[in-house]
Design a protein. Structure first.
Length: 149
Protein backbone atom coordinates (compact mmCIF):
# COMPACT_ATOMS: atom_id res chain seq x y z
CA UNK A 1 0.00 0.00 0.00
CA UNK A 2 1.29 3.42 -0.92
CA UNK A 3 0.51 6.86 0.43
CA UNK A 4 -1.36 7.92 -2.70
CA UNK A 5 -3.62 4.84 -2.43
CA UNK A 6 -5.00 5.70 1.05
CA UNK A 7 -8.65 6.72 1.18
CA UNK A 8 -11.30 6.85 3.95
CA UNK A 9 -13.56 3.87 4.62
CA UNK A 10 -16.80 3.69 2.66
CA UNK A 11 -19.51 5.86 4.29
CA UNK A 12 -17.02 7.68 6.53
CA UNK A 13 -17.11 10.92 4.51
CA UNK A 14 -19.84 12.87 2.79
CA UNK A 15 -19.59 15.22 -0.16
CA UNK A 16 -19.79 18.84 0.95
CA UNK A 17 -21.71 21.35 -1.10
CA UNK A 18 -19.25 23.94 -2.33
CA UNK A 19 -21.19 27.15 -1.84
CA UNK A 20 -20.38 30.25 -3.87
CA UNK A 21 -18.31 28.46 -6.52
CA UNK A 22 -20.13 29.58 -9.66
CA UNK A 23 -23.57 29.10 -11.18
CA UNK A 24 -22.73 25.63 -12.52
CA UNK A 25 -22.49 24.26 -8.96
CA UNK A 26 -26.17 24.99 -8.37
CA UNK A 27 -25.20 27.07 -5.33
CA UNK A 28 -23.60 30.11 -6.88
CA UNK A 29 -24.83 33.69 -6.74
CA UNK A 30 -26.24 34.20 -3.26
CA UNK A 31 -24.92 30.81 -2.04
CA UNK A 32 -28.34 29.78 -0.59
CA UNK A 33 -28.31 32.79 1.77
CA UNK A 34 -31.06 34.81 0.11
CA UNK A 35 -30.74 38.42 -1.01
CA UNK A 36 -29.15 41.22 1.03
CA UNK A 37 -29.51 41.78 4.76
CA UNK A 38 -27.45 40.94 7.80
CA UNK A 39 -27.84 37.16 7.42
CA UNK A 40 -26.36 37.11 3.92
CA UNK A 41 -23.08 38.67 5.11
CA UNK A 42 -19.97 36.90 6.31
CA UNK A 43 -19.51 36.79 10.09
CA UNK A 44 -23.26 36.92 10.83
CA UNK A 45 -24.05 36.32 14.49
CA UNK A 46 -27.17 37.06 16.53
CA UNK A 47 -27.47 37.72 20.26
CA UNK A 48 -29.03 34.93 22.28
CA UNK A 49 -32.74 35.62 22.94
CA UNK A 50 -32.81 38.33 20.24
CA UNK A 51 -36.43 38.96 19.28
CA UNK A 52 -35.97 40.76 15.99
CA UNK A 53 -36.52 44.31 17.20
CA UNK A 54 -39.38 43.42 19.54
CA UNK A 55 -38.75 44.57 23.10
CA UNK A 56 -36.89 41.63 24.75
CA UNK A 57 -38.69 39.68 27.47
CA UNK A 58 -36.15 40.64 30.13
CA UNK A 59 -37.03 44.31 29.49
CA UNK A 60 -40.78 43.75 29.18
CA UNK A 61 -41.13 42.07 32.58
CA UNK A 62 -40.98 44.21 35.72
CA UNK A 63 -38.31 43.80 38.37
CA UNK A 64 -39.97 42.53 41.53
CA UNK A 65 -39.00 41.61 45.05
CA UNK A 66 -35.81 41.13 46.98
CA UNK A 67 -34.06 37.97 48.15
CA UNK A 68 -32.05 38.53 51.30
CA UNK A 69 -28.82 36.51 50.93
CA UNK A 70 -28.30 36.54 54.72
CA UNK A 71 -31.74 35.12 55.64
CA UNK A 72 -31.60 32.22 58.10
CA UNK A 73 -34.19 29.50 57.43
CA UNK A 74 -35.34 27.27 60.28
CA UNK A 75 -37.14 23.94 60.44
CA UNK A 76 -39.94 24.97 62.79
CA UNK A 77 -41.59 22.75 65.42
CA UNK A 78 -44.42 23.75 67.76
CA UNK A 79 -44.69 22.40 71.31
CA UNK A 80 -47.79 20.38 70.34
CA UNK A 81 -45.81 18.68 67.56
CA UNK A 82 -42.90 18.02 69.92
CA UNK A 83 -45.25 16.25 72.37
CA UNK A 84 -46.51 13.94 69.58
CA UNK A 85 -43.02 13.33 68.14
CA UNK A 86 -41.53 12.45 71.54
CA UNK A 87 -44.32 9.87 72.06
CA UNK A 88 -44.03 8.44 68.54
CA UNK A 89 -40.20 8.17 68.40
CA UNK A 90 -39.52 7.74 72.17
CA UNK A 91 -37.39 10.90 72.32
CA UNK A 92 -36.09 12.28 75.61
CA UNK A 93 -33.90 14.91 73.97
CA UNK A 94 -34.88 17.12 71.04
CA UNK A 95 -31.76 17.89 69.01
CA UNK A 96 -30.96 18.26 65.31
CA UNK A 97 -29.13 14.91 65.41
CA UNK A 98 -32.17 13.04 66.84
CA UNK A 99 -34.59 14.76 64.45
CA UNK A 100 -32.33 13.96 61.48
CA UNK A 101 -31.93 10.34 62.58
CA UNK A 102 -35.74 9.97 62.54
CA UNK A 103 -36.03 11.63 59.11
CA UNK A 104 -37.81 14.77 60.31
CA UNK A 105 -35.27 17.33 59.06
CA UNK A 106 -32.40 17.57 56.58
CA UNK A 107 -28.83 17.35 57.83
CA UNK A 108 -28.15 21.07 57.29
CA UNK A 109 -31.45 22.37 58.77
CA UNK A 110 -31.50 24.64 61.78
CA UNK A 111 -34.22 23.92 64.34
CA UNK A 112 -36.49 26.46 66.03
CA UNK A 113 -39.12 25.71 68.67
CA UNK A 114 -42.32 27.78 68.79
CA UNK A 115 -44.89 27.98 71.60
CA UNK A 116 -48.16 26.72 70.03
CA UNK A 117 -49.65 23.73 71.84
CA UNK A 118 -48.89 22.20 75.22
CA UNK A 119 -45.84 20.39 76.51
CA UNK A 120 -46.54 17.93 79.36
CA UNK A 121 -43.25 16.04 79.59
CA UNK A 122 -39.97 17.55 80.70
CA UNK A 123 -37.72 17.14 77.67
CA UNK A 124 -34.24 18.50 77.14
CA UNK A 125 -33.76 20.65 74.04
CA UNK A 126 -30.57 21.35 72.10
CA UNK A 127 -31.79 23.62 69.30
CA UNK A 128 -30.68 26.64 67.28
CA UNK A 129 -33.48 29.00 68.38
CA UNK A 130 -36.52 29.08 70.65
CA UNK A 131 -39.32 31.64 71.13
CA UNK A 132 -39.94 33.29 74.51
CA UNK A 133 -43.36 31.61 74.89
CA UNK A 134 -41.87 28.18 74.14
CA UNK A 135 -38.96 28.81 76.51
CA UNK A 136 -41.24 29.59 79.44
CA UNK A 137 -43.51 26.59 78.64
CA UNK A 138 -40.54 24.20 78.47
CA UNK A 139 -39.13 25.43 81.78
CA UNK A 140 -42.60 25.23 83.40
CA UNK A 141 -42.88 21.57 82.29
CA UNK A 142 -39.50 20.79 83.89
CA UNK A 143 -37.43 20.69 80.71
CA UNK A 144 -34.09 22.27 79.86
CA UNK A 145 -33.00 24.34 76.89
CA UNK A 146 -29.55 24.66 75.36
CA UNK A 147 -29.03 26.95 72.38
CA UNK A 148 -26.41 25.51 70.00
CA UNK A 149 -24.67 27.68 67.42
Amino acid sequence: MKLHQLKPAKGATHKEKRLGRGEASGHGGTSTKGNKGHQSRAGYKIKMAHEGGQMPIQRRLPKRGFKNPHRIEYAVFNLGQIEQLSAKYNLTEISPENLYANGLIKKTDRVKILGNGELKSGLSFKVDAVSEKAKSAIEAAGGSIEIVK
